[in-house]
Design a protein around this ligand. Structure first.
Ligand code: BGC
Length: 685
């Protein structure tokens, strides 16, 4: 490794250097800058400073590369002095099943990142929701790999459209918080291929993700930050990732310097430990990593520095902005579209504002704010600080002003709206610990029971970010809404849905089990929280609905479920062929009709079932979906194109994706448990 004499340049001289020339090809600029860095400077570049920045190399005018959390809006290092848009939690965004909204979110949040002078957003978080007890379920999208992939790709594309890097996290199998720094996720190759990796891979191959964050945990015995197989072999060599990897904050604690360098970890955050000058120098001198390998890691980091415009004239970059009306309206739209109507007996909802005199509003979450929390007291790294947050109570007051009286006594009201759920305290929906209970707090269960007795027209609105048990009370409540943590506009969104200005169209992106022991991750301690710091993913590919379907367990609410104020008919399923082979495209078309009395949106889900297989396969797997807006009586035809990959499984013995000759079923449904139409098709090689 060369240790050249370093020249100090004037600003004038610097501006003449090839790497500063915006008209040159990216790779030429990267190569030029790399060739000018001394060994000591490269050592300096590969670890962080002050939590969110890389170190500067003044001599060459290399500024700090700055990265901020997170998945629900940007939080810079002023801890709230600078405000930013608080978008709905990822689980709510995912429940819209709308990649366009994920793109819009990504673009908007990236504008905010640019506005606070940063270069990378530490998001999206796309770990699979393996257990409903994960404290970070609200930060992730879904239990299903296909839905995960579509939404992750759209989010990354949105973010990077502004030349801001997305940092896809946490790679991989960081599916719980308990023992997250030390435990090993023991997972089969097939489950990795079919469940845990597809969305990560797609962000590289379909969205050119510029950064990946490693996980805290080990995967099959090796920490994410030094996992040669995951980082070097799969991500870099196999998938063709051109970006850089960054450790989760202090995730390198139990790794070795050379392990990380050789695996391809470019940047250690938040400060230098394994990548301290001394550690790097010693390991290098002892021949534990090569110059070529180390340069490769630095090159990836430099490449992204160029991609985000760190060396370019500010005027040539997309301009940022923050807290705009447009961003606030995106936040509201996502909240409205992500709300899931779980139950609506006798069409209690929507409420008719002209027929109501008094509405009672009760419950611990009626006037709670969920943004702007304290990062250490459970808020976790996804906390950000909005300029305002409209609580449900405020939203309803606004809606009812001068028309309906808002009171606090259920027995005196026409209708009661009860806001229950969780919050971001430790042990609930929060980073750092898993949930300590699958139930709502006891006092809330009692409140629900008491309230329904006082007023049978009680609507329970849940504000939380993960499945909870409802067995104790759901039968007595006519209407239930899952509103998630809906960001700074949540109150307006909820009021719009309750009063029918918005027809709910969100659908669950994960199964809500009746009881925890029904969940595949909760068969024994081995599976959760693990024994001797190993978490055995014994369920393999049978995560979420794949398991509930196979075991024929009735969930409380199935994957893909959500009601509307209108009704839809599914008709006329057609396939363009009866038989297909490897390179064919199967075109599936289906008509959908709005048969109710108001406009609305439906999410049409296409599942594939392999009727006979030599390998055990799930009874159905989501392969495509489409959200369609329909006026009253309107009919639309939706078309899906299926390819070989949509029918294949990962064959452990041949290490390849296989489709076996035989019959498949194409299932069209409004949820994983409401299949309205199906047709068979034959595959032959
Ligand atoms: C979290 C990451 C986050 C990082 C920086 C970690 O504890 O796991 O998701 O981006 O902190 O705040």
């Amino acid at each position: 490794m060369s240790n050249k004499v370093s020249k100090t340049y004037s600003e004038e001289e610097l501006s003449q250097l090839p790497f500063r020339d915006e008209s040159l090809e990216l790779e030429e600029r990267v190569k030029d800058l790399l060739s000018r860095l001394t060994l000591a400077e490269k050592f300096k570049l590969c670890s962080g400073r002050l939590m969110w920045h890389t170190k500067r190399i003044k001599r060459l005018g290399v500024k700090s590369y700055t990265m901020y959390d997170g998945p629900h809006g940007v939080r810079d290092d002023t801890m709230g002095k600078i405000k930013s848009t608080y978008f709905p939690s990822a689980i709510c965004r995912a429940a819209t099943w709308d990649p366009k909204l994920s793109y819009e979110f990504g673009k908007a949040v990236a504008e905010e990142v640019r506005d606070v002078g940063a270069h990378m957003l530490l998001a999206p978080g796309i770990n699979i929701q393996r257990t409903p007890m994960n404290g970070r379920t609200f930060e992730y999208q879904t239990e299903d790999p296909h839905l995960n992939k579509i939404l992750a790709v759209a989010t990354v594309k949105g973010i990077q459209s502004q030349r801001i890097a997305a940092c896809v996290k946490h790679f991989v199998c960081n599916n719980q918080e308990t023992n997250r720094f030390t435990s090993s996720s023991e997972v089969s190759e097939r489950a990795l291929q079919e469940i845990y990796l597809p969305a990560f891979k797609a962000t590289v191959q379909e969205a050119d993700a510029w950064s990946f964050m490693t996980c805290y945990n080990k995967v099959n015995g090796i920490y994410g930050s030094e996992n040669y197989n995951l980082l070097r072999e799969r991500l870099i060599e196999n998938w063709g990732f051109r970006g850089f990897t960054v450790s989760d904050w202090v995730a390198t604690n139990y790794t070795s310097t050379e392990g990380c360098v050789n695996a391809g970890l470019s940047l250690e955050m938040p400060t230098s430990k394994k990548y301290s000058k001394t550690n790097l120098r010693n390991a290098f001198q002892e021949g534990k990593f090569s110059e070529e390998t180390f340069n490769g890691n630095i090159k990836r980091l430099l490449r992204v520095m160029f991609l985000v415009g760190l060396f370019d004239d500010k005027n040539s970059l997309p301009s940022g902005n923050r807290n705009t009306l447009e961003h606030q309206s995106i936040a509201r739209k996502i909240a409205e579209n992500g709300i899931v109507l779980l139950k609506n007996k006798n069409a209690l909802l929507p409420l008719n504002i002209d027929e109501l005199k008094k509405v009672a509003i009760v419950g611990p979450n009626a006037d709670n704010k969920f943004g702007g929390g304290n990062i250490l007291s459970g808020g976790g790294s996804s906390v950000n600080y909005p300029p305002y947050e409209i609580t449900p109570l405020e939203g309803l007051k606004q809606k009812c002003r001068n028309r309906v009286e808002i009171i606090e006594t259920p027995s005196k009201a026409d209708v009661t709206i009860l806001f229950a759920g969780l919050n971001h305290e430790h042990g609930k929906d929060a980073e750092g610990e898993d949930k300590n209970s699958f139930e709502l707090p006891l006092e809330q269960i009692e409140l629900i029971k008491r309230t329904v007795k006082q007023n049978p027209n009680t609507i329970v609105v849940l504000i939380n970010g993960s499945p909870i048990s409802m067995d104790d009370w759901i039968d007595s409540v006519p209407s239930v809404i899952e509103a998630w943590y809906g960001g700074m506009e949540v109150g307006t969104a909820i009021a719009n849905v309750l009063f029918g200005d918005v027809n709910p169209s969100g659908k669950l992106t994960l199964t809500f089990p009746k009881k925890l022991s029904d969940s595949p991750a909760h068969k024994s301690e081995r599976n959760f929280p693990g024994v001797e710091e190993k978490v055995f993913y014994d369920e393999g590919i049978y995560v979420g609905y794949r398991y509930f379907d196979r075991e024929q367990i009735e969930p409380l609410f199935p994957f893909g479920y959500g009601l509307s104020y209108t009704t839809f008919n599914y008709e006329n399923l057609k396939l363009n062929k009866e038989k297909f082979s490897k390179n064919d495209t199967v075109t599936v078309s289906v008509d959908i009709v709005n048969t109710g009395n108001r406009s609305g949106a439906e999410i049409i889900q296409l599942y594939v079932q392999d009727i006979e297989s030599s390998t055990d396969r799930p009874p159905k797997e989501l392969k495509q979906f489409e959200k369609v807006n329909l006026e009253q009586n309107e009919k639309k035809t939706v078309e899906f194109n299926l390819k070989f990959n949509d029918f294949s499984f990962y064959d452990d013995s041949t290490h390849s994706w296989v489709v076996e000759p035989g019959t498949f079923n194409i299932l069209i449904g409004s949820s994983s448990r409401a299949i309205h139409l199906q047709k068979e098709i034959e595959y032959s090689e």
